[in-house]
Structures are given as C-alpha cells and as structure tokens.
Ligand binder design. Sequence first.
Ligand SMILES: [Zn+2]
Length: 263
Amino acid sequence: MTPETLIIVFTALLGAIVGSFLNVVILRLPREGSSVVFPASHCPVCMAKLHWYENIPVLSYLFLRGKCSHCEVKISIQYPLVELAMAALSACLFLKFGLTPAFGGYFLFTAALLVVIMIDLHHYIIPDSIDLPGVVLGVLFSFMNPVTSWQSSLLGVVCGGGILWLVAWTYALLRKKEGMGGGDIKLLAMIGAWLGWECLPFVIFFSAFTGAILGITTLSILKKDRNSQIPFGPFLSGSALIYMFFSEQIEHFLHLYISGQWP
Ligand SMILES: [Zn+2]
C-alpha cells in the first residue's frame, strides 16, 4: 500500500466516524433542549444503550441487518448513507486539497452542509445554530484559505445573503406570501463565506435549475399541488459541494461562455 492510499483509507475512516456523529446531530439538533453529546448513543425507539460493536459506522448497520438488536425496530438507511457520504467526501477532499489547512476547513464545511441537507429534508428548516456560526467560521477561515481571499469571502456573505434576500422580498411583494425561508438566505451567505463570491453565479443557477426540475418531477409523481413545499437547502448545499470540488473547471467554462468561445 502506498502512503497516499493509506491516507485515503485513513481520511475515509475519519469521515465515517464523523458521519456517525453527524447522524446524532441530525437527529437531535432540531429537537429543542436535547444535547448532541448526552446521553450516549441509544436506539431512538426502545432507548436501549448501544454496545460499542453496535456503534461502528456502516459495518454495524450491515452486521445488525438494519435492525435494533434489542427491539428489532428497523434502523433507517439514512444512518449508513450519511456515514458513507461523509467517508467518500472526506477522501475526495484529501485528493483535492492534500493534507493542508484547506482540507481541515472544508471538512468542517462539508459536514455542516450534510447536516443542513438532512435536517432541511426532514423538517423544512435550516438551524441558525449551523448557518450563523458557519458564516463567522467561513470568514475567519478565509484568512488561511489558499482558495479564497478574505475580501472574496466577505463579498460572498454580503452578495450571497443579499441576492436571496432580494428574491425573497420581491416574491413576498408579488405573491403576498413567503416563498423562501430565511434559512436559505443565511445558508447562501455561509456558502459565500466559505467559497467566495465567485461561486454565487454557479450555485444560484445550478440550485435553481436542479431544484425546478426535481421539484416539477416529484410534484407530478406525488400528485401534490404546486403550493407544496420543497426544501431548497439541499439544492444550495449540493451545488456548493460541486463548486468546491470543480471550481476551476466551472470557472473555465463560465469564462469561455462569457467570452463567446463556447459553445
Ligand atoms: Zn431498539
């Protein structure tokens, strides 16, 4: 095994362990007054405390065949999926940034986005306890971030938050009801803080585009009316993750497109 392969395996393991903690955050953060640290891991249904071997990321799910060993209730597939996603993203972050401060910073950013995606999907909210510290940390991180400058980060916060605030304000004015939650506004400010203002054209366009396509498809499949709510946070977060990994390629295409050389 080459040293690089060894580090890839190690970063994936780290991601899986952190993913296991993110599952707890996703479950407990939206519940008021419950701590993400106490009590120790337990089955959410029968409350039985988990043995260490029932708490191993991904493997325990397979070994328990997706059921609690005490009450046999089905364990959500979401648990191993979040662990696998964080493991894969962590390994990709190493391949992209190497073992640099950028790896550490964007590891935190990625973990926060995963939590936002899952909580928004379940509860249609984006907790302030994630996006507000996320904005501050993103700006602080920009001082040691080789990818963006602090100027770009601050402009990202102002423009990211400002653009969505304007969209929400206009929509509310025209339709006389709220279309976009304040959570989305703060989330885009946080994304701007971490990726710089340069990410905003792509993140806004791509999230709106994929959101519209997926929204129309699910609404027609589920036969819901068009006033049904679709969380926008997962689309913003997903677009931010894509930009984080492929910013050079995306900027290259945008440049060609603007200068008329493509298509
Ligand atoms: Zn149980």
